[in-house]
Design a protein around this ligand. Structure first.
Ligand SMILES: O=C(O)[C@@H](O)C(=O)CO
Ligand code: MG
Length: 255
């Protein structure tokens, strides 16, 4: 069975963010991930993680103005300076909290715009260099158009090629099974094909984005495949619980 990380942006939302660490540990998780820690001082987040005895799996670089509609900055050619500051901030938080991985979000830009594409590649290289120097891994994640309309990185093959072309030891693909199924299907074949470049995996039921084992995919078979591929990282439970988080955790003991 893979190692699971609770996603604290979606799970344990019955309590404030900083209280979710202890709740995840009490529920039996050994690791957590979340979108953004930046509303809190890094030392406070690090302390919550440490006090709960948890490992950090991943978090995202600052996305720009999320409430205003930003979904990352990497492909936005008129915001290169802001991207660079966001990289500095992410690495400072990454070192303080001790994350092994940072997710660089692409932003809202036409996927076929050459200016956005060259800006994205420039920023990917910058982020690859800076995170490598800090001893942190960098991941990129294709996201489906239904959940995130207009997102630049909306194709798994494109994301895989970007990672393969860059070919840096610290840069890999974030393979979110929920997005893969909505965008392309063929989950197991893609896991096998992309395995050497996968740095992080996430899971949720399709189409509800609720608990695994409740959707249209055979999640047990997928977990067996992840083990068979020798994947050593965490599988992030990036799902919205259908009810109270703890009440929905039975899927984990059922596999
Ligand atoms: O799948 C997702 O939505 C997340 O992994 C993410 O990082 C951006 O929302
Ligand atoms: Mg995801």
């Amino acid at each position: 069975m893979p190692k699971f990380a609770a996603n604290l942006s979606m799970m344990f939302n019955e309590r404030p963010f900083l209280e979710r660490f202890a709740a995840a540990a009490t529920a039996g998780f050994s690791a957590v991930e979340y979108l953004f820690p930046y509303d809190y001082p890094a030392e406070v987040v690090a302390e919550k993680l440490r006090d709960a005895g948890l490992n950090q799996a991943l978090f995202n670089m600052p996305p720009g103005d999320w409430a205003g509609g930003d979904r990352g900055l990497a492909s936005l050619s008129d915001r290169r300076e802001e991207f660079e500051s966001s990289l500095v901030k992410a690495i400072a938080y990454g070192k303080a909290i001790g994350t092994p991985l940072l997710h660089m979000m692409a932003g809202i830009a036409p996927a076929d715009d050459p200016t956005a594409a060259s800006c994205y590649v420039d920023n990917l290289k910058k982020a690859a260099d800076a995170t490598a120097e800090a001893g942190i891994g960098l991941v990129i994640e294709p996201i489906n158009k239904r959940d995130m309309p207009g997102y630049f990185l909306n194709d798994f093959n494109r994301a895989f090629d970007l990672v393969a072309d860059l070919d840096r030891p610290n840069v890999s693909l974030q393979f979110d099974i929920y997005h893969r199924q909505i965008m392309h299907g063929d989950v197991i074949t893609a896991l096998r094909q992309m395995a050497p470049r996968i740095g992080h995996i996430q899971i949720a039921a399709v189409p509800t984005r609720h608990e695994p084992m409740t959707g249209e995919l055979n999640d047990r078979m997928i977990f067996e495949e992840i083990d068979a591929l020798g994947y050593q990282g965490y599988v992030g439970c990036e799902y919205r619980p259908a009810g109270v988080t703890e009440d929905g955790l039975g899927w984990m003991s059922s596999i």
